[in-house]
Write a protein that binds this ligand. Structure first.
Ligand code: UDP
Ligand code: MG
Length: 312
């Protein structure tokens, strides 16, 4: 199998038939062997039944049906897990991404990249509550993670199999796929793609998503920089606090014991004690995090490295 197309579907009943037709219109004339994997993320609008119908008519179509709505990230993760192709392409099921771009993505991938990310140059979504928050999120992600792109939210992407399969996706992390792939050492490129306004159905996201991005960013940053050495982060802050706190309390202690200075009216005493206590706590948190990091990697046999290839 050359190619797997992975599409998350949540309440997209009017888009399903045209989606399948467009994908086939683009891929059938090529000589690639491909499968189209649609993941029904607990739809309640009849998508689920329609998918069964479409599946009966179409050999290349594979349908995974979730028991309930688990979210777009989970749907993508399930599709990646199930996919058999050497190259995996993900796209939205609402016809906002256009399958017509798939051959260009694959050509770009062939130039020697592991992930080609779509960039919705002319994004057809409302400005105030969709494009603006998305631009802010893109800037933040670009500043914080080591992968610099314009449009992290675009689902249209092409992956080499190992990269898609190596991603560990949680919560709403699909926006951070390039960052996560970057951590694996993947070579990443960006390609302008077409984007259409939504004709059928409604968007599943609102403004609150931007808030989650901030928190997710924190997680991704922490995981990518400190997952294998958390005590460096906590321990660093903790040591500074202990040093400053220790310094303050030592000076105050000498003043009190040797020079008989009264400490009851010295607020700085409180600061010194506070720093000492939080510092000790930070250092020990770092040690606990070290143990957790080992459990995290060893219990799931997660390597702390990614091998590109082996020359024997
Ligand atoms: N989607 C999903 N599960 C969800 C929410 C969305 O599978 O819980 C799918 C949805 O059907 C669509 C894609 O994810 O195919 C992108 O969703 P949407 O178009 O609502 O996002 P937007 O384009 O507005 O960012
Ligand atoms: Mg959409």
């Amino acid at each position: 199998m050359d190619l797997s197309i992975v599409v998350p579907i949540y309440n997209e009943v009017d888009n399903l038939r045209p989606l399948c037709e467009r994908v086939h219109a683009v891929l059938a004339p090529t000589d690639w062997s491909y499968e189209l994997i649609l993941i029904d993320d607990g739809s309640q609008d009849g998508s689920s039944e329609l998918l069964a119908e479409l599946h009966a008519e179409d050999d290349t179509l594979k349908v995974l049906r979730f028991r309930r709505n688990f979210g777009q990230t989970a749907a993508l993760a399930a599709g990646f897990e199930y996919a058999q192709g050497d190259v995996i392409v993900s796209l939205d099921g609402d016809l906002q991404n256009d399958p017509i771009d798939i051959p260009r993505l694959l050509a770009k991938l062939d130039e020697g990249y592991d992930l080609v990310n779509g960039w919705r140059v002319n994004r057809q979504d409302p400005f105030l509550h969709r494009r603006l928050p998305s631009q802010i999120a893109n800037h933040m992600i670009s500043l914080t993670t080591r992968v610099k792109l314009h449009d992290y939210g675009c689902t249209l992407k092409a992956f080499r199999r190992e990269v898609a399969k190596g991603l560990k996706l949680y919560g709403e992390m699909h926006r951070f796929i390039p960052a996560l792939a970057g951590d694996m050492g993947a070579r990443i490129a960006e390609l302008p793609v077409t984007h259409h306004a939504r004709k059928h159905g409604t968007s599943k996201y609102g403004l609150t998503r931007t808030l989650w991005v901030v928190l997710d960013l924190l997680t991704v940053k922490f995981m990518s920089s400190y997952a294998t050495r958390p005590s460096h982060l906590f321990g660093f802050l903790g040591l500074i606090a202990v040093l400053v706190g220790g310094g303050i309390t030592t000076v105050l202690g000498i003043q009190r014991l040797l020079f008989d200075v009264q400490l009851a009216n010295r607020p700085i005493l409180l600061l010194g004690i506070l720093l000492l206590v939080t510092g000790v706590q930070l250092v020990t948190t770092g040690l606990i995090a070290e143990m957790l990091a080992r459990t995290y990697h060893e219990s799931q046999e997660k390597p702390v490295y990614w091998i590109k290839d082996v020359l024997e």
